[in-house]
Design a protein around this ligand. Sequence first.
Ligand code: NAD
Ligand code: LMR
Length: 334
Amino acid sequence: MDATTVTVTGAGGQIGYALLFRIASGAMLGPDRPVRLRLLEIPQGLKAAEGAALELQDCAFPLLRSVEITDDARTGFDGANIAMLVGARPRAAGMERGDLLAANAGIFGPQGAALNEVAAADIRVVVVGNPANTNALIAAASAPDIPGDRFAALTRLDHDRAVAQLADATRRSVTDVAGVTIWGNHSATQFPDLDHATVAGRPAREVLADALGGADAVTRWLDDEFVPRVAKRGAEIIAVRGSSSAASAANAALSHIRDSLLGTGDGWTSAAVLSRGEYGVAEGLYSSFPVTSDGSGYRIVEGLSLDDRARARLDASVAELTAERDAVRALGLI
Ligand code: NAD
Ligand code: LMR
């Protein structure tokens, strides 16, 4: 089988360190597909990437064909089949959201343009670096020859967090949980939705009512515990761990690519993909939706009902995405 070229940006950082070894082991592309790794960093990050490359060599992974390190985007993305855009500018003290958007546009604009010029025809891109949805929008806008549906932003971590919280509350296994959806932005406004979820084949609300003591208790748990817990989990990890989630984010990025390439099977997962107006989300935004893949890329699951509560929460998150898009547009970045 031909080797797949996977480019990881920010490869010298925390998520990169948790991601590279699992890609090289075959956990992302499957046990038969050889991989060529490209590590794209800024000059200050090259030494850390070089260290990771030495350790990759020491693992003697049978599927790993090569590791190349560069600080040049065109070299890094040349012939890439998969690009995982992890490297981003973190929010510094005193930085406003507009400053953060502008700083990251300076990264994702040129990277999108380089992908447009040199990536393989089948390129698929996942944006992990925050603000992920709007960074995906910027990268895609800078890559006019790559179809917009080849870009996505990561909300799989939010999805997996929601699955784990539901399993915990119902004292069931995560493998019993299906039909969870993350809607909107990868931010505190996101809407983790259990309205179509099931636990061991039964509606999640019913199973939760048994576990929590009735329907009113379920509504309180959803609004006061579940939604804020999942939506603010990133901040909770930062507060407890002292830095943002890394291994779980790497795991989610890997699962996002794996399921896009190998398929989602019977169920669905969540990813922030290009809206064509589905569920009333403004066309052109990268918003999280329920998605499936047969191996050819993510498609939005259509036809789910949204009650007033769900509609209001989705609309609030989409309003934030719209404001982010308008901010980068006003800065002339898209
Ligand atoms: P980190 O600071 O440990 O690593 C980031 C790396 O990116 C650094 O090595 C840095 O040198 C590199 N970098 C910066 N600009 C670059 C550029 N222009 N090109 C290539 N590399 C560049 O950070 P981390 O913990 O690995 O997190 C990375 C990003 O992922 C952050 O933006 C974080 O907020 C985000 N994140 C997203 C999710 C999600 O679910 N979407 C979850 C966790 C973290
Ligand atoms: C996460 O969800 O863990 C991160 O996106 C949080 C962050 O701000 O880095």
